[in-house]
Ligand binder design. Structure first.
Ligand SMILES: [Zn+2]
Length: 73
């Protein structure tokens, strides 16, 4: 995976998490998200601690940037 900013190779790794949420600037945190309409925000994984998973992510050490794969596996 190439970094979109500096075009160098990113390091593949993972983020240990029970849940990651993405919310647009115009949005709010929600208990339930419409997973068919992710532009209004979405959650990866579940809040429950024991559902902790490895969310695939790439890190660029030059830009100090993370790129997270939002697919649920
Ligand atoms: Zn970079």
């Amino acid at each position: 995976m190439k970094c979109g900013y500096c075009n160098n190779n990113m390091m593949q790794g993972w983020i240990p998490t029970a849940a990651i949420e993405w919310v647009p600037n115009s949005g709010e945190l929600k208990w339930l998200y419409d997973n068919q309409n992710r532009v209004n925000g979405f959650r990866l994984g579940k809040f429950h601690f024991f559902n902790k998973q490895r969310q695939k992510a790439w890190y660029c050490p030059i830009c100090d940037l993370l790129l997270i794969n939002c697919k649920e596996e």
